[in-house]
Design a protein around this ligand. Structure first.
Ligand SMILES: Cc1cc2nc3c(=O)[nH]c(=O)nc-3n(C[C@H](O)[C@H](O)[C@H](O)COP(=O)(O)OP(=O)(O)OC[C@H]3O[C@@H](n4cnc5c(N)ncnc54)[C@H](O)[C@@H]3O)c2cc1C
Length: 203
């Protein structure tokens, strides 16, 4: 019989149990955490929540209103809901950072479009390419490229700092410290940048 040794054992593999396991992992990086479940975790009730697992997380929402909405029936009058501003995400830097990260994808899309445009210009011959280069030199294009660079840097840097949470790396059973995972990202980034610069400078 296999015997597993863990520091924290969570009973229940539904949303509550899995969230508790994440919270336990956040308290100490090297904890060994086990989750046991009577049914296969994907058969927990959490997976039946086809309306999306709802919770009171946004400004203007509250656990009371959430509980009421969950149990609402035609026989009870609906409580008044305070309207939430579309700018709610400006209230905290972590919300704004999340929305800004999502918006960076627009500029990454712009960069991809420019690459396709460049390929088309190259295929079109010297005159088409000269037109492309002239188009890239306009103040609007230069400004767009500057913003795109800033957006790409913001996306990359915020992503690097998210990586230790998204991918837990263990060596010999010990969790690699966050700083090392983030540092590795920067090293790979620097190496790739030097590689590109080297190819470019060789002409
Ligand atoms: C059909 C349906 C639709 C729903 N729709 C919604 C919705 O749209 N929106 C919403 O917000 N909520 C919805 N709910 C409610 C929501 O699913 C639950 O409130 C929520 O999932 C409860 O999460 P939980 O982790 O506490 O429990 P569960 O997800 O039920 O997990 C319980 C876990 O405990 C384990 N367990 C139980 N007994 C033992 C034992 N003796 N030993 C070991 N493990 C054990 C089980 O295997 C399971 O993994 C719905 C519920 C159902 C049934």
């Amino acid at each position: 019989m296999d015997v597993a040794h863990v520091d924290v054992l969570v009973v229940g593999g539904g949303g509550a149990g899995l969230r508790a396991a994440i919270a336990a992992a956040d308290t100490a990086r090297d904890l060994r955490i086990g989750v046991i479940s009577k049914v296969y975790p994907m058969r927990s009730h959490t997976v039946s929540a086809e309306g999306g697992a709802a919770a009171a997380i946004k400004p203007g929402d509250s656990p009371d209103e959430h509980a009421y909405d969950t149990m609402y029936t035609l026989y009870h009058p609906k409580w008044h809901r305070r309207p939430v501003s579309v700018w709610w995400w400006l209230e905290r830097w972590c919300y704004a950072r999340f929305v800004l990260r999502e918006l960076t994808s627009l500029f990454i899309g712009f960069a991809a479009f420019v690459w396709l445009w460049l390929l088309r210009a190259l295929a079109g011959g010297p005159e088409t390419y000269a037109g492309f280069v002239a188009g890239m030199k306009t103040p609007l294009m230069l400004a767009l490229h500057a913003v795109t660079l800033a957006a790409a840097l913001f996306h990359a840097i915020t992503w690097f700092h998210l990586t230790p949470r998204a991918a837990v790396i263990r060596i010999g059973g010990k969790r690699l410290p966050d700083g090392i995972v983030v540092g590795l990202n920067y090293c790979i980034w620097l190496a790739a940048s030097f590689g590109v610069a080297w190819i470019w400078m060789r002409g």
